[in-house]
Design a protein around this ligand. Structure first.
Ligand code: PLP
Length: 441
């Protein structure tokens, strides 16, 4: 496939009918931004029910790391499906769950031995981290960040601080969580400039928070995304995590990395925290881990994962099919895909950088590997967020056969499968530029 194929006006007749049915029967809480009704997909190409073919730079929200339906992943799932679909790793043992835990422990950063808890989603991985932090430290307070997205179950949602619509009418949340500004240097909460700020936002935790409202000896954990995802693909300065982790260590506070979106090779390293030289005490994983099969995992130092039998579990967590898909995924990531993510990510960043030079509305281009974003502004000087324009560009790109998603309020994310080729990056850039030109008018 060389370019998108559009056989009908969008949405086509079958898509239109299914969207109508969806409206009648499916929860209205979902956040669809354009009417894509998928029939099948392969690699980076997604075909809808009307046989229109799209170039996918969303990979199902950063999930299909190895591309849609990678043959090795499909083979692993099929092989397992004929043997065992479910037995519940909570009450019984089976080989794929044990072997995947061994694999995840082996590829985790740091020298300490690791243990792995399995759930079904990112929220469940975070939820497990939240509970384990309390269990292990016997402390009740936690720190998280504005802009953070950790999931939508009540514990994870209590840590989330991305958009008010995600929290509206759900109060009260789990108590004891303090949200603080992330190192969003393009829009510094303190109006400072890196590096002259000397990482004030991180130091402020010790210098202000721990001296005013949060006794550090009562804080269980700092929950942090190495690179903020839903909040806007925000890459903090290189020392941000080091400074925070050092503060955490000083007070016996756990440093919990939410790698749900940034992990599994997406940034060109297995885990995004590796770019920052910090070994977290726990990592929450999901999304890309099993190339589209539902799986969440919490990887923690063995001496931290010290909870007792019965203290936490999940019927479906660590499903055998998902575990096989994850092992096939990890093999592919290690063989070539992580390197490809780094190489193609540079091509994408360079291309977007060139578009930024041409188009005033692109205020910032940032990212690591294939976790890349363009932030849209009304004006380069004021940096006023261009929220409507962001929506228009995504809609125009869809009409041209390119699938994109937003993040933050006014940012577009580019998170293709790690199998993406240079030609596909160039195609994405050219369609994106046309969409920008049309949207700006
Ligand atoms: C960083 C991060 N953590 C947690 C989650 C929640 O994952 P899930 O939707 O699988 O529950 C997400 C989902 O976008 C995420 O990006």
């Amino acid at each position: 496939m060389k370019k998108p194929i559009l056989r009908t006006p969008l949405p086509g007749p079958k898509a239109r009918a299914l969207v109508g049915l969806d409206k009648k029967y499916v929860s209205p809480s979902y956040t669809r931004v354009y009417p894509l009704v998928v029939e099948k997909a392969k690699g980076l190409w997604v075909e809808d029910v009307d046989e229109n073919v799209f170039l996918d730079f969303t990979s199902g929200i950063a999930v299909c790391a190895t591309g849609h339906c990678h043959p090795q992943v499909v083979r692993a799932i099929k092989g397992q499906a004929g043997k065992l679909l479910h037995m519940s790793g909570t009450d019984f043992y089976y080989r794929p769950q044990i072997l995947l835990a061994e694999r995840l422990a082996a590829i985790a950063p740091g020298r300490k031995g690791k243990k792995v808890y399995f759930g079904n989603s990112g929220a469940e991985a975070v939820e497990a981290a939240f509970k384990l932090a309390r269990w292990h430290t016997k402390r009740e307070l936690n720190i998280a960040f504005f802009g953070a997205f950790h999931g939508r179950t009540m514990g994870a949602l209590s840590l989330t601080a991305s958009k008010t619509i995600q929290k509206k009418h759900y109060n009260p949340f789990v108590p004891g969580i303090t949200h603080i500004p992330y190192a969003y240097c393009y829009r510094c909460a303190y109006n400072l400039t890196y590096p002259d700020c000397h990482l004030y936002c991180a130091r402020w935790v010790e210098e202000t928070l721990f001296r005013t409202i949060l006794p550090p000896e009562e804080v269980a954990a700092i929950f942090v995304e190495p690179i903020q995802g839903e909040g806007g693909y925000i890459v903090p300065p290189p020392e941000f995590h080091q400074v925070l982790n050092a503060i955490a260590k000083k007070y016996g506070i756990l440093y919990v990395a939410d790698e749900v979106q940034s992990g599994m090779g997406r940034t060109g390293k297995m885990y995004a925290m590796e770019h920052f030289g910090v070994v977290p005490d726990m990592m929450a994983l999901a999304k890309g881990i099993a190339s589209g099969m539902p799986l969440g995992a919490l990887v923690a130092d063995h001496d931290i994962m010290d909870w007792e039998a019965g203290s936490h579990a999940s019927t479906f967590g660590g499903n055998p099919l998902s575990c096989q898909a994850a092992m096939a995924t990890i093999e592919l990531l290690e063989n070539t895909l992580m390197q490809n993510a780094q190489r193609q990510g540079e091509r994408l960043m360079d291309g977007l950088g060139a578009l930024q030079d041409e188009h005033e509305c692109i205020g910032d281009v940032r990212g690591k590997g294939l976790m890349v974003a363009a932030e849209l502004v009304e004006d380069r000087e004021t940096r006023a967020p261009a929220r409507k324009l962001r929506g228009k560009i995504i809609e125009r790109a869809f009409q041209k056969g390119l699938l994109l998603l937003g993040c933050g309020e006014n940012t577009i994310r580019f998170c293709p499968a790690l199998t993406v080729s240079g030609a596909q990056i160039d195609l994405c850039l050219s369609i994106f530029e046309d969409a920008v030109k049309e949207a700006v008018g």
